[in-house]
Each structure stands twice: as structure tokens, then as C-alpha cells.
Design a protein around this ligand. Structure first.
Ligand SMILES: Cc1cc2nc3c(=O)[nH]c(=O)nc-3n(C[C@H](O)[C@H](O)[C@H](O)COP(=O)(O)OP(=O)(O)OC[C@H]3O[C@@H](n4cnc5c(N)ncnc54)[C@H](O)[C@@H]3O)c2cc1C
Length: 414
């Protein structure tokens, strides 16, 4: 496959763009692979990519029931940060953030990483203490964050009303190298790189059963026939409980709809990402000028990819309070995704009771930011049976009561 470069763009401009190749192949499934990954979202594709890149395992198929990146990966608000409280979280999220810094070069695909800075507003004394604590924890973990005063908040984001009618801004947890990336491009970039290594990405191929023999996985049944494998990775976010049931085990997860919306495009007015936990809403401005707004999760389990209407009202009310200048903007579109929530708001990257079967799920409202780190760790876990990045995130922690409580860091959906 030809590399993308400035020279290639110039060459194709001169010949009417007739020389571009397909970004990835659409092959027919083989009878058997060394590894099958279920789910062509960011986490599944990144797992496949690092299996090939770091361990030379390329006889891999990624099976997707819909289209590539059509799950939460293509529906999220793209916030990237690593300012979590607990050490295992900081390690995997910071690994991901640092991989994002050079991912465009690594994949030879522009994922539009924009480290514009992420600010989490403190609007109560409890939040001030919580974020100061996180800043201290981050300093020990080698994650660069700082707690900033209200005047710095105003300087970084002039459109914020720091005197807020209900909750004045008392400061913020600021991560200068946090930011955003283009979500589709992350999925497409990994897919292209996997295809280039000879892996099969098979879309419109729903897994309907997990085949096993003597407690070991032997393959999957799909809408395109049975396919064998030595190892299986289940990476299906909101559908994890459903697919785990096919493999014969249960997960401590709930699936709920999380929604987002964008406004009509306006001139650039905000060059940071702001999250307001107390009033609950978060906002950034896309390169097209739309204000990208994140809402909350539905308060009940469901599999709709819409989200309930009253959340739009609640989120917009919270953000109008924080950014009064958006009050007359029109909403352009709204959508939702199904997120998989664990009780401690931390993910599961784990072996399972079925030998040869691994699971990566539970990223809930915040797994876009972790895609490269999660793929890196999951690939190591699947290739070697253990990884320092995933060690704390095993399924056994729920039985042993060893929770990784990130309910504050993940308190606002992001
Ligand atoms: C509205 C919204 C906003 C968000 N904002 C942020 C944010 O700002 N920052 C952040 O870090 N995170 C955010 N998230 C969370 C983030 O999007 C997810 O954690 C992440 O994308 C999960 O990626 P994934 O690859 O695990 O899942 P997905 O991208 O959902 O991929 C799973 C894939 O598995 C496929 N699949 C399911 N069942 C089967 C089957 N039986 N057979 C074959 N394929 C199957 C699905 O079709 C899907 O494509 C947000 C999520 C939503 C919904």
C-alpha cells in the first residue's frame, strides 16, 4: 500500500486523484485465524494493530456486525485526557495519551490530534479539594496537570461565566496536553494499518455464537458462517454482556445510552475543552466551528442509540449557565451510543473463564481517550498472557473487592 505524504497529494492533484488506493481490503473470511477480535471499534482495531506491530501476530480477523467505527468510536465527543486518580488508571490513560501524540506518524494517517488543553471546572468546595488531590496524585504518577485559579480559567476560556448564577467557578484541574482527535480517523487509521499487515477486517459479519470444546474457545458462528480461531478477543462495548453470554459467562456491567449534540457552526470562540461536573455538561469547538456538547447517561438500562430527550434540556441548561453566549445557538444534530458501565467506573481487560477468550470492555463514557493504551495492553495480554498495563483491570477484582474507584474522574460523561 502506498504511503500518504505531501508528495503523494501533489502527485494525485496533477492526475485528477486517480491513483489513490482503497484504504483497506474487504476480504472473504478464512476458515480459521490465529486470533479473532469481535468488534471493529477503536479498541478492537487497536488490539489487532499492536498484536501485529508489537508481537508479529498478523493472522488476525476483526469481525464487525455493522460498519467500521460505527459504534461508540464514531459517536463520541473525542475528549482525550489522562488526569485520573488511581495509579493503574493513570498508567493506561497516560500511555494512551502519549501514543496519541505521535499516532498520525505511526499510522501514516492524520488522526488530527489536537492537544488544546482540557479543563475540569471546580464549582463546589468539595470539587476544589477533589481536583487538588487529583493534581497531587498526578504529580506522583508523572502525569502533568495543575490546579488553576478562576482568573486563569477566564484567561484560558474567555467565554466562561466564572460568576455563574448557581455555582461560581472556584478553579479548575487543567491538563495542557489533553485535547481531542478525529474519532473516525482513529478507527480508519488503525484499520488501514491492520489491512496493510495482511489482517482481515470483515464488516457486516455479526457474531451469533461462540464455539467451545472442553472449556476452550475454538471459534465463532457468524452471519457469514463458522470461523475457527485459537484465541478470541471480545471488544464490543455496549454489547459485551450479550456476547459474553454466548461465551458462557456473565459480566458486572450495565449498558445505557449516552448522548451528545452539536450546534450550528460559528466562528472560533473557544480553543480548549471544558467539562463542568457539578452542573453536568461539557463542550469543545470542532474544526468546522460546531460546539460539540456532551450530555449525560440515561438513568435506566437500554440499548437505544438515541438517548432520552430530557437530557438534552438538562445539558443545555447547564451549559447556558456556564457559557451564556451559546443561549441562542441552534442545535444541528443529536445522537447516542450504548456505553458499558462497571460499578467502579474502571474498565475490564481480562482473561475469562473460557480458556483462550479475552475481554476488553467497561470503558463506559470515557474510552475514546484510552484506545491506543488499551490496544497496547490488550495485545500484550492476548499474546503473552499478562501485561503490566492491564494487570489491575482483571475480572477477579469484582470478586475480591479490589475496586479501582474512578467515580470522581469519570463523574461527568466524557
Ligand atoms: C455520546 C458519547 C460521547 C462520548 N464521549 C467520549 C469522550 O469525549 N471521550 C472519551 O474518551 N470517550 C467518550 N465516549 C466513550 C467512547 O466512545 C467509548 O468508550 C469507546 O468508543 C469504546 O470503543 P470500543 O471500541 O470499545 O467500542 P465501539 O466503538 O462501540 O465498538 C464496538 C463494536 O462492536 C460491534 N459489535 C457489537 N456486537 C457485535 C457482534 N455480535 N458481532 C460483531 N460485532 C459486534 C459494534 O457494532 C461496534 O462497532 C463517548 C461515548 C458516547 C456514546
Amino acid at each position: 500500500m502506498k504511503r500518504y505524504s505531501a508528495f503523494a497529494i501533489a502527485r494525485e492533484a496533477l492526475r485528477n486523484h486517480t491513483g489513490w488506493q482503497r484504504a483497506w481490503a474487504s476480504p472473504e473470511p478464512r476458515a480459521k485465524y490465529d486470533v479473532i477480535i469481535i468488534g471493529a471499534g477503536g479498541h478492537g482495531l487497536a488490539t489487532a494493530y499492536y498484536l501485529g506491530k508489537n508481537f508479529g501476530i498478523t493472522n488476525v480477523a476483526v469481525l464487525e456486525k455493522g460498519w467500521l467505527g460505527g459504534g461508540n468510536t464514531g459517536r463520541n465527543t473525542t475528549i482525550i485526557r489522562s488526569n485520573y486518580l488511581q495509579d493503574p488508571s493513570a498508567a493506561i490513560y497516560e500511555k494512551a495519551r502519549s501514543l496519541y501524540e505521535t499516532l498520525s506518524q505511526d499510522l501514516n494517517y492524520n488522526i488530527m490530534f489536537s492537544p488544546r488543553g482540557v479543563m475540569m471546572l471546580a464549582q463546589t468546595q468539595a470539587e476544589v479539594r477533589g481536583y487538588e488531590r487529583t493534581a497531587h496524585a498526578n504529580a506522583l504518577q508523572g502525569v502533568k496537570t495543575e490546579f488553576v485559579a478562576p482568573d486563569r480559567v477566564k484567561l484560558l476560556c474567555p467565554i466562561i461565566n466564572i460568576d455563574g448564577p448557581r455555582y461560581p467557578v472556584l478553579g479548575a484541574l487543567w491538563q495542557a496536553r489533553g485535547g481531542t482527535a478525529r474519532h473516525d480517523a482513529v478507527a480508519w487509521g488503525y484499520a488501514r494499518a491492520c489491512s496493510q499487515m495482511g489482517m482481515h477486517i470483515i464488516q457486516r459479519c455479526e457474531v451469533t455464537g461462540v464455539r467451545r470444546e472442553g472449556g476452550r474457545v475454538t471459534g465463532v458462528s457468524t452471519t457469514r458462517g463458522d470461523i475457527g480461531c485459537d484465541k478470541l478477543g471480545i471488544v464490543v462495548a455496549g454489547h459485551s454482556g450479550h456476547v459474553a453470554e454466548m461465551a458462557g459467562f456473565r459480566l458486572p456491567l450495565e449498558s445505557v445510552a449516552l448522548q451528545a449534540l452539536v450546534s450550528e457552526p460559528i466562528k472560533p470562540c473557544m480553543d480548549v475543552v471544558v467539562m463542568a461536573n457539578t452542573v453536568h455538561g461539557y463542550m469543545s469547538q470542532s474544526d468546522k466551528g460546531e460546539m460539540v456538547i456532551g450530555g449525560g447517561t440515561d438513568g435506566f438500562n437500554n440499548y437505544t442509540q438515541r438517548g432520552s430527550f430530557h437530557h438534552i434540556e438538562e445539558t443545555v441548561r447547564a451549559l447556558v449557565e456556564t457559557f451564556p453566549m451559546i443561549s441562542r445557538l441552534k442545535m444541528l444534530r443529536q445522537w447516542g451510543g450504548i456505553v458499558d458501565m462497571t460499578g467502579d467506573r474502571s474498565p475490564i481487560l481480562s482473561k475469562t473463564p473460557l480458556e483462550g477468550c479475552y475481554i476488553n470492555c467497561g470503558w463506559g463514557t470515557g474510552g475514546f481517550k484510552s484506545i491506543p493504551g488499551s490496544g497496547w495492553g490488550m495485545a500484550e495480554l492476548m499474546a503473552k498472557g499478562a501485561s503490566p498495563l492491564t494487570a489491575a483491570f482483571g475480572l477477579e477484582r469484582f470478586r475480591e473487592g479490589r475496586f479501582i474507584d474512578e467515580s470522581v474522574a469519570a463523574g461527568v460523561a466524557h
